[in-house]
Design a binder for this molecule. Structure first.
Ligand SMILES: *[C@@H]1O[C@H](CO)[C@@H](O)[C@H](O)[C@H]1NC(C)=O
Ligand SMILES: *[C@@H]1O[C@H](CO)[C@@H](O)[C@H](O)[C@H]1NC(C)=O
Ligand SMILES: *[C@@H]1O[C@H](CO)[C@@H](O)[C@H](O)[C@H]1NC(C)=O
Length: 473
């Protein structure tokens, strides 16, 4: 890994709980009737398609900063594999469908029309040209009846509206791609959520002359994700930048075979709930060569995810890479077979944390001024009602190897439940130095072993097996 560009940023003391209700979503698409799309904005609130997600958080504010981009991690889309086969010559430029690209005119209809046309042609390309700024209202590119392997070539800039009237309440995302087989978003373009207007629980945010607190108060309470993929297979996102999302920047839900590389997410470190990438109910996910700077988890891997491989990612500011998280009403949060390696994490809350998960490997993680680099917390909970009822699912087979760098609070914090201790926690070659408080590694009900040397010495792991019955997903 190359040299890290470190900045002195004040540390995060943020406690977050993610609670979500996830319900199935199905979206019809009447291709033969010329309705290839549906504008989310127009969906009735009681629609069967409505998906709800709730976020609750407590945050303490701190100074804002963006990391420098890490050139060494950037892998040009041209140098890497193209997942879509036989790109056809059919291109559909949004300017030919009436988009103005002047940054003021609502270009939503033009994008919908270009999608409707591209949808008919296998391996076609929608072109969003450079040199223009396109204002898009909430939009859904829906594809169950579309041809496969469509490319969305984004070289221009897409911006979100900042007027409250443009947003339906409880709308969960701004730009959505649903039920598509083979979709690639690539290019040098930028998707800008203009999120500061939503960050209303952020009184210290640097004042934007156009955005008054009055306006912030009028935005819906549900903050949308900038770009979300749902129920799709063979999804690739590469080259583009998503910045200033109202909430999560890039989200995959119920997707299989996902690749993200050469991607950038950029939001201030004090923007609330702005996860970089959020994975849920998705399998076979590969994320690499990516630079994530945001106000919440750089990558959050939630329930229903398996076979996830993440490498060469720069994270910071942010909250590190989190795995697990207990679903609402004690629904099971099952995550398995996740590998996280060759990661640089700076100025974050945790390096890698987990809960309710099995088969996780964190290796070659370089941390700089991270509050608690190694953390498992089965008591992770909403501060309003913390109880000792921790997660209902076992945490087992968690491997940490080659975790090096500096911490500011605890080198290691393993808080496992009394009912279900963590088992099979392996620590191999740990070198963590304090640049703040000098506290000892903490383990509660954690079984596992040490391999190689560890600095500081770790004496709190219990050897052998727990006598408690382990419940797997
Ligand atoms: C997930 O997506 C697939 C493919 O679009 C769909 O068939 C399935 O019903 C979805 N599952 C859920 C739980 O929504
Ligand atoms: C774990 O995930 C990797 C991809 O990251 C995959 O190649 C491997 O087959 C998976 N292992 C199991 C046991 O499913
Ligand atoms: C949780 O359990 C610990 C140890 O068993 C105990 O000391 C603590 O008081 C309990 N907390 C609550 C909120 O029940």
């Amino acid at each position: 890994m190359g040299g890290f560009n470190l900045e002195n940023i004040s540390l995060i003391t943020i406690l977050i709980i993610l609670l979500f209700v996830w319900s199935s979503r199905f979206e019809p698409c009447h291709a033969r009737q010329g309705k290839y799309w549906r504008q989310s904005k127009t969906a009735p609130a009681d629609s069967q398609f409505l998906q709800k997600e709730k976020l609750h958080g407590v945050s303490h504010h701190h100074s804002s900063s963006l990391t420098k981009f890490m050139d060494s991690y950037y892998i040009s889309p041209d140098e890497t594999m193209e997942t879509h086969k036989g790109q056809s010559s059919a291109t559909f430029n949004v300017l030919d469908y009436g988009a103005k690209g002047d940054g003021h005119t609502d270009d939503t209809k033009a994008f919908e029309a270009a999608w409707a046309a591209a949808c008919n042609v296998e391996a076609s390309t929608i072109v969003v040209p450079s040199g223009s700024i396109f204002l898009l209202h909430p939009i859904s590119f829906s594809g169950p009846n579309c041809a496969e392997n469509i490319v969305f070539q984004l070289d221009g800039k897409i911006i979100a509206p900042t007027t409250p009237g443009s947003w339906e309440s409880e709308l969960l995302q701004w730009i959505e791609f649903t039920t598509i087989k083979g979709i690639t978003i690539k290019g040098k373009g930028v998707i800008d959520g203009q999120g500061s207007v939503w960050w209303n629980d952020l009184p210290t945010h640097s004042p934007d002359s156009k955005v008054t607190n009055e306006l912030r108060k009028k935005m819906p309470s549900t903050k949308p994700t900038a770009l979300r993929f749902y129920g799709s297979t063979d999804v690739t996102v590469t080259g583009i930048t998503i910045q200033n999302s109202p909430q999560t920047h890039l989200k995959f839900d119920n997707c299989t075979s996902v690749q993200v590389y050469g991607f950038t997410a950029a939001s201030p470190g004090n923007s609330p709930h702005t996860d970089g990438i959020h994975l849920q109910n998705s399998q076979d996910v590969l994320i690499y060569g990516t630079d994530l700077a945001c106000g919440d988890d750089c990558i959050s891997i939630q329930t229903g995810c398996s076979n996830v491989y993440i490498h060469n990612v720069n994270c910071g500011p942010g909250h590190g890479i989190s795995i697990g998280g207990l679903g609402k009403d004690n629904t099971k949060a099952c995550v398995s077979n996740v590998t996280v390696r060759d990661i640089a994490i700076q100025d974050t809350l945790t390096g890698g944390g987990s809960g309710s998960v099995q088969g996780i490997t964190f290796s070659n993680i370089q941390v700089s001024r991270v509050e608690t680099p190694i953390m498992i917390d089965q008591f992770y909970c909403d501060s309003s009602k913390c109880s000792n009822e921790s997660s209902a699912v076992a945490v087992s087979n968690i491997n940490y190897a080659d975790i090096k760098g500096t911490y500011t609070r605890n080198p290691i914090h393993f808080a496992c439940s009394d009912n279900l201790p963590c088992t099979g926690v392996s620590l191999d070659t740990i070198e963590l130095k304090s640049v703040g408080e000098d506290s000892q590694p903490f383990c509660w009900n954690t079984y596992g072993d040490l391999k190689g040397t560890t600095v500081p010495p770790i004496n709190c792991l219990q050897s052998g097996k727990s006598s408690k019955k382990v419940v797997y997903c």
